[in-house]
Design a protein around this ligand. Structure first.
Ligand code: ADP
Ligand code: MG
Length: 323
């Protein structure tokens, strides 16, 4: 008998889903990114049981037309890139077309959506990757995705979920950076009927940072500077904001919240002259640079970004923040 065989599609889809969807927070991240890519001005996230029972993300974005709803849950189904060249100039948060396929492979998903031109919306139901139906529905322009019974068919994954508190914190960690990045949009988050975040549109970054992080706007300064193709923008806390952990530090590259050790390290270094040891500052650093000088493909969930010329960026960033 042969020792080698090709895995059946149900197993392949679960393995693929495992790379993108690890926990409720990964679902929230993918769905919120889709809403932002759809141009939503308001995003609402409602959870039950910290997302283990229900995750519902609704938006007032462009909506999805009926014919697209039919292809959407296929692997690599995306409206965001069409050719390999597009990979070098990505302007949307998503582009791999794996999120909805992955979420639907390991949960029970109901999508309802309506585009501006249509006179009714459409509702699709997919469970464990199996399409269970598509029917018309009444709703406003925009989309809502309801994800129930996460990991019902992958018990091993389900067993590794942490306490509701831990899963909820992970969800907040995913949502907060987007709240800071888009002060003009409204964000709402609730769990089991209790509101955890209710942000109305603000006029600026300082106002949004203050509201979202429960800080005082007068303890922050903001600056922007262009260095040729690189633009640096930062909201920095002064010495009145002192944290015992690095929990209020945010780095963004080209509109994407990411972790980048080099940038975080150097900004913390600057503050070492001002703050006592073991005390950490608040900062938000927004870096815009040519996409070809970055690699966002390093991580499947796009959590990390690599800068090709780190040193050049740091030599601009340090004096900018010090000033
Ligand atoms: P990706 O975001 O990588 O393209 P996804 O699986 O997340 O892949 O989504 C597939 C496609 O479904 C997107 O390219 C987009 O066209 C559409 N889509 C998903 N969510 C929304 C939404 N909330 N509003 C409008 N379109 C959406
Ligand atoms: Mg997406």
């Amino acid at each position: 008998m042969n020792k080698i065989h090709v895995l059946p599609p149900e197993i392949v889809s679960k393995i693929a889903a495992g790379e993108v969807i690890e926990r409720p927070a990964s679902v929230v991240k993918e769905l919120v990114e889709n809403s932002l890519d759809a141009g939503a001005r308001g995003i609402e996230v409602k959870l039950k049981g910290a997302g283990k029972t229900l995750i519902r993300v609704s938006d007032d974005g462009c909506g999805i037309a009926r014919e697209d709803i039919e292809t959407l849950f296929n692997r690599h189904a995306t409206s965001k890139i069409a050719s390999a060249e597009d990979l070098y100039d990505i302007r949307s948060l998503g582009f791999r077309g794996e999120a909805l396929y992955s979420v639907a492979a390991v949960s029970d998903v109901t999508l309802s959506s309506r585009t501006k031109g249509e006179d009714c919306g459409w509702e699709a139901h997919v469970r464990g990757g199996e399409r269970l139906g598509l029917k018309p529905c009444t709703r406003g322009t925009g989309s809502a995705l309801e994800v129930k019974e996460l990991f019902f068919n992958t018990p091993a994954r389900k067993k590794f979920l942490k306490s509701n508190t831990a899963e909820l914190n992970a969800i907040l960690d995913v949502l907060l950076p987007y709240c800071l990045l888009y002060p003009e949009k409204s964000f709402f988050l609730e769990n089991d009927g209790r509101a955890l975040c209710d942000l109305r549109p603000e006029t600026g970054f300082i106002a949004r940072c203050a509201r979202a992080l429960n800080l005082d706007a007068k303890d922050m300064i903001e600056g922007t500077k262009d260095f040729g193709a690189i633009r640096l923008h930062a909201v920095l806390g002064d010495i009145n904001i002192q944290r015992s952990r690095k929990d209020l530090q945010f780095v963004f590259f080209n509109g994407r919240p990411v972790s980048n050790r080099t940038v975080s390290f150097h900004v913390n270094e600057i503050y070492r002259l001002l703050l006592s040891p073991g005390v950490y500052p608040f900062f938000c650093v927004f870096i815009t640079m040519p996409p070809e000088d970055l690699d966002v493909n390093v991580h499947p969930a796009k959590r990390e970004v690599r800068v090709k010329d780190d040193l050049k960026l740091i030599t601009l960033l340090r004096p900018f923040c010090e000033y």
